[in-house]
Ligand binder design. Sequence first.
Ligand code: SF4
Length: 390
Amino acid sequence: MDDTAWIKLALLSQGITASPEFGDWFAGTEGYVRRRNFYNSPNWDESGTSAALPQEIRLTGGRPVVVAVNNYGSSSWQLTWSEAGGPAIVSEARPDGLPIELVNDLASIRGDTDLARVSNLYGGSALSFFSPRACYFFADGTQCRFCSLDGTARENDEYAGRVTPDEVRSAVAAVVATDSLSLNQVMIVGGNERNLDRGFVHQLALVDAATQALADAGLVDEISVHLIAMPPHDLDLIDRLSEVPNVHAGFNLEVWDPDRFTTIAPGKTADYGQANILAALGRLRDAVGPYRAHSILIAGLEPANSTLDGARKLAADGISPIINSYHSDRHSALGLTIRPSYRHLAEVASGLQELHDLYPIQPYWKGCGRNALDYEASLGMFRGSPPDFN
Ligand code: SF4
């Protein structure tokens, strides 16, 4: 039985620590993606940074599975390394270890500090731009309770706070000139400026710039462009996405239960409202096409059946739910106060699998969603009874 997708859930539940042997070996390597805290910081090691940890690993099995390296300080899962076996993960459930692969960074990003300032390789195959690297909800004290953007950006100021369309266009052109085979998507995501319409228009310009660079390289059919944003108040602006080829876009609900939404996302509640986000998602679906519109629901922040109720409603409406496991970030209000159990994530994954078997849901991340369950569900990897990991 290929249980790598279930192991991903165990790692997302508990996090993973690193043995000294792994740390020493990894510190001496070159070319693998290191953790770069663009917008979140899920590693609670003593130094407060995690330069010596990979950003994600690939579990090798029947099908490779990408999973985040989130280090919450204690876990029954550990990264190890040995001369004979190379890098692996071990736990009581897998005392003999499971070999893993590290994710190779893009040569173009490694060799160009300007590129590294504006972009990041996410999950091994998404070229990611995060702009703006700030959100006005923090200034108002109404930030989403899981979000650590403000503290993370203050702690790591080497990345751009805002990128321009020209920077995106030239970064995409430079990366695909040497690394196109490593990419399957370009991701535009960010915080929010107070004028949501103006912020959305700017993010549309970034989407257009990425699309133009891909079109110039003849890659617009191979590499999709993905936008996650707050919806604008002027819903007509959403329709502009209908003119963009091979685009996916999403507005995040975060949680489904309306009372929980108010608690978890007070800024979104005050300035937009859950019902209005749902209405904007309908408009987005009409603009980009069924199942190319997405919305994140975070597993672990509400009962599993509530997450699944939301996913079911979205899927029935032609919107692809994105199910992310809650990751505890330093600088967030919730931090380590909540940790979803493996059983909780397995229940959500089994329910999500049923939805993927019923509807043509498209994963937002095409094999690179390090905290997401969707790609594995799209491959049927959560069918059957969950193994008993913990
Ligand atoms: S909308 Fe919420 S999750 Fe997004 S950047 Fe702002 S505070 Fe963070």
